[in-house]
Structure formats: structure tokens, C-alpha cells
Write a new protein. Structure first.
Length: 182
């Protein structure tokens, strides 16, 4: 098991029906790819989800953006939180980073590789040793027994590559290379 919290996270996801996902404001490729990867896995698990994003997703992320083109994207200001069982915050851990100025009335989960800043959650994984949120997601999906098909692998690798500046940054570790090779 890569993360002890993986089973708790999966249990919560299995208990929910509808999820809200979002990348951080001014989304970078790790955040966008993390949302694309999680939405792909939620689809595999037969879950419903919507995506919310404060800012538009850059056109240069078109190969990952296709997931967003086939998904309902809700406007941040018009969210009815009662419709969702859980909000999954990916690659951020403060509401401001998520582009929202209130504390939403919804159970929250988050996965992040940045230092913890206290976003309340019912389940979370924070790994500051990881290169990216996509690296964490690969390891979580491995814990869950999710098949990493070529499309999901491409999505995850794009986020890892971006956040490591193509394996040149200090955050690139042997674990990062292991995940990328897998």
C-alpha cells in the first residue's frame, strides 16, 4: 500500500453518488490533469461528477481538455452544494486557491503535494515528497487496483512532466521516475 489513507478515500468515494471536482484557479497542467484523471476513474467506478473551475483551461492542454469537453462544467458562483456528496479538491488545499471565497457546505476530500494549510476534510492525502498531484494519484489508483490504461497513463504523465519541468526539478525523485516508468 502506497498510502495508508487510500482505503479510507476509496471507501468515502464508494459511499458517494455525485462529486464536484476542481483544479486550482489559474490551472496548470498538473491540476487540470489531476481532475481529468480523477474524473476518468470516477467514470470507471460508475460515479456522477461535475467539474468547476474559476478560470478557463488553457488551450494548450487540449489533449487533456477533451475530458472537460465531455463533462458538465458548472459555474462556481452558481453551485448548489446540496447536490453533491463530496467535493474533491485536487492540487490545492485552501478555498482561495480553489477560486472560492466561502467555505462550502459539502464534505471535502483533497489530494495535494503542497504543504498542508488546514482545509477541513473527511479524507485527504498530502505528500510533500511527491513531485505532483498526478504522481500521488497514480499511487492512489495503484492502491485501489485501478487499471492504468494508455489514456489514463498519458493524462497522469502529463501532470508529472509539467510539475517536474520534464524531470529537471529538485522535486524529481526515484519514486517519480518509478511512477513515470510504470
Amino acid at each position: 500500500m502506497n498510502y495508508q489513507q487510500s482505503s479510507d478515500l476509496l471507501e468515502k468515494i464508494k459511499s458517494g453518488k455525485k462529486f464536484l471536482l476542481n483544479p486550482h484557479r489559474g490551472p496548470d497542467l498538473d491540476s487540470v490533469a489531476a481532475v481529468a484523471a480523477m474524473s476518468t476513474v470516477l467514470n470507471k467506478l460508475g460515479k456522477e461528477f461535475d467539474i468547476v473551475c474559476k478560470d478557463s483551461i488553457p488551450e494548450s492542454y487540449k489533449f487533456v481538455k477533451e475530458v472537460f469537453n465531455t463533462t458538465k462544467i458548472v459555474e462556481l458562483e452558481k453551485i448548489d452544494f446540496k447536490k453533491y456528496d463530496f467535493w474533491i479538491a485536487l492540487d490545492f488545499n485552501t478555498w482561495d486557491q480553489g477560486g472560492i471565497s466561502i467555505t462550502p457546505d459539502v464534505q471535502t476530500m483533497y489530494l495535494d503535494h503542497h504543504p498542508f494549510f488546514g482545509l477541513e476534510s473527511v479524507a485527504s492525502i498530502v505528500d510533500t515528497e511527491a513531485s505532483s498531484t498526478c504522481e500521488i494519484l497514480y499511487l492512489v489508483f495503484e492502491d485501489w487496483g485501478i487499471e492504468i490504461d494508455p489514456r489514463l497513463a498519458t493524462i497522469l504523465l502529463s501532470g508529472i512532466s509539467y510539475d517536474t519541468n520534464y524531470f529537471q526539478q529538485k522535486n524529481t525523485t526515484s519514486k517519480t521516475h518509478y511512477v513515470a516508468a510504470k
